[in-house]
Design a protein around this ligand. Sequence first.
Ligand code: NCD
Length: 304
Amino acid sequence: MRSLIDILSLSTEEIDELIAVAEDIIARPEAYREKCRYKKLATLFFEPSTRTRLSFEAAMYELGGSVLGFSEANSSSAAKGESVADTARTVSCYADIIAMRHPKEGAPLVASMAASVPIINAGDGGHNHPTQTLTDLLTIKREKGRLNNMTVGFCGDLKFGRTVHSLIEALSRYTGIKVVLISPEELKLPGYLKKDILDAKEIEYTETTDLSAVMPKLDILYMTRVQRERFFNEEDYLRLKDSYILTPEKLENAKSDLAILHPLPRVNEIHTSVDADPRACYFRQVLNGKFIRMALILKLLEVE
Ligand code: NCD
């Protein structure tokens, strides 16, 4: 039995395989409609979510399975003081696979040690978000036709943005990747990721506060929301929240085949007038999230 807690626990060959299965699902959805008949997915969400939870649910329904779960910590026994380990052990009696989101870093790992079914980390605090990364990789693959040889700009809250952390880990294993980190001083990428991932894998990277200055170089621009819920005080959030707002004017000197990604939800960081630009991929990215989660559920449940 295998869980997915950290994107690095999948080899790049396994990621390629998941992408290939997702592409096959897109091409032949009818072939997958009964694959998870009589299987149940539990979604245990201790933190708010729209896309991640609903895409897991839609994925399981499209595979012919069913779904149970909760979407708020307050409506579960966590509100009575139950541990994550006990909740995971209990839900293992009801479901074949569990997707868990939790505000505490490491909670899905703890759950995976207690559960008797696979656990999928659907986001743990400011740490990791491996299924968003699979979504992002499928999107990059579909938009650009490759996962290597490109310059990827990450913009916004690189300190608390868990999707950024997981995607940087994943991309560090491909060849010819250059990374540009664009953030306010206070929201820079954590040192451990620079040291253990970027430096360790000899990835060329630069840090800047100026999005416009680096725009012409980018093949991918990964925009992110400033993570209000992880701030210790509201004043800092208010000061930093609108540090970057992408507008059509700011895209004037961008490459014509730039791909703009965002894990969503967006607040102000991409003006809605950018949505009509063919380079805006974030709603296609949402759809990709459902397909790659279908592929992941099949893999972890070892369905042929
Ligand atoms: C992200 C998350 O939860 O980390 N959302 C998502 O899963 N698509 C990004 C965010 O909340 O900013």
